[in-house]
Design a protein around this ligand. Structure first.
Ligand code: FE2
Length: 369
């Protein structure tokens, strides 16, 4: 039997050791005068509550807590399951990762999650599992697409909307390798997050393959959160430098565009949890927000981050076939293209989309399945 006790002159409820403030309970009351029963939105502001809220009476009735607030003399009920799901009385933990996120290294390899496009269009379970893989690992593949232009929009339509940029609604990643010039090799690129010079950055990127007969040209992904965990373990002070000081990123490579941002390479929440990674050597602007005394340490930490990104033990490499695609969480997972050689063609199309819409679709699917 759950014990409900009023403490601290009525300002605190103790429910089997888990404490809740009277003010918090009153603010989160689930009654139809406080929350709209249809859309769940709050109907009051804090200013509608008395300056001093206390509990005058509490009782547990089966699986519900009934409580009465003074001075309003208002009685509301909370399911005990709701209270335990929203409990905030716990010791501070040192969690670096957001809930539901699992870091990975090269070992994930062939276990990289893949979803079939036509299955995901018709089967809610298949879509839910693929979206959950994106939330968990920040990357997933798609198979079963038509190898045709703009088919990548079919992936975005599974969960949300395209984010258009100055590169267009989608962009072409196409290189004709010249078979008469064997000296030519397509440039390999270091793994990076896209467009760190935007604020906010595009949070999802999708790359779909239409042709890939060139030798090489594999895609590679690295978990920026795994790199960050490793850096923090090796050099906590260096990790702090990359979180505490903002970097600068810029792009002005086409007429009429002059994008700049001022954001850290490793962005953390006020509680220290990881929020986002921005890492892109090509778009890095001069560092002007790192104090003189901290610059050497900052560069040392950034150099180590960069080495870890290039470490094959952190990387998953795969070659897309026509009709295949992959999605990355661009706030977490870095991607790269290996160099090309030999004859053949490589043609990918890319676009951006929004992660909040993907997570919303996933949460709604999970709530109804
Ligand atoms: Fe890129």
């Amino acid at each position: 039997m759950t014990q409900a006790i009023i403490e601290a002159d009525g300002t605190v409820l103790n429910l089997d050791g888990a404490r809740y403030h009277a003010l918090w309970l009153r603010d989160n009351a689930l009654d139809p005068d406080t929350r709209d029963p249809a859309n769940g939105q709050r109907l009051i502001t804090l200013n509608d509550l008395p300056a001093q809220v206390t509990l005058s009476d509490v009782a547990v009735e089966e699986d519900v807590l009934r409580c009465t607030f003074a001075p309003e003399d208002k009685t509301v009920r909370f399911p005990l399951s709701w209270l335990s799901a929203h409990c905030y009385d716990r010791a501070d933990d040192d969690r670096l990762l957001p809930p539901g996120v699992e870091t990975w290294t090269a070992d994930l390899g062939s276990a990289l999650f893949s979803g079939d496009l036509s299955a995901m269009k018709t089967d809610r379970g298949a879509l839910r599992d693929w979206l959950a893989a994106v939330r968990r690992h920040g990357v997933a593949k798609v198979t079963g697409m038509r190898a045709e232009p703009q088919e990548l929009f079919e992936i975005v339509a599974l969960f949300g909307y395209v984010r258009e940029t100055n590169y267009g609604r989608h962009f072409e990643v196409r290189t004709e390798v010249n078979p008469v010039n064997l000296a030519y090799t397509g440039l390999g690129l270091q793994a990076h997050t896209d467009n760190p010079y935007r604020d906010p950055v595009p949070t999802l990127q999708i790359l779909a393959c239409l042709e890939n007969s060139a030798t090489g040209g594999e895609n590679m992904v690295v978990d920026g959160f795994a790199v960050t965990e490793q850096l923090r373990a090796e050099d906590p002070a260096g990790f702090d430098l990359l979180t505490r000081h903002t970097a600068r990123f810029s792009y002005s490579g086409s007429a009429g565009v002059a994008l700049t941002s001022r954001r850290p390479v490793i962005e953390t929440a006020p509680d220290g949890g990881l929020q986002a990674i921005r890492f892109n050597a090509r778009s890095a602007a001069p560092l002007v927000d790192v104090p003189f005394e901290a610059m050497e340490g900052y560069y040392r930490a950034l150099r180590r981050f960069s080495e870890l990104v290039d470490d094959p033990a952190m990387q998953i490499t795969f070659k897309l076939a026509p009709g295949e695609a992959f999605i990355v969480d661009n706030t977490r997972v870095l991607h790269a293209r290996k160099g090309y050689s030999g004859a053949g063609h490589r043609w990918l199309q890319g676009c951006y989309a929004d992660r909040d819409g993907l997570l919303s679709t996933l949460a709604a699917l999970e709530a109804t399945s």
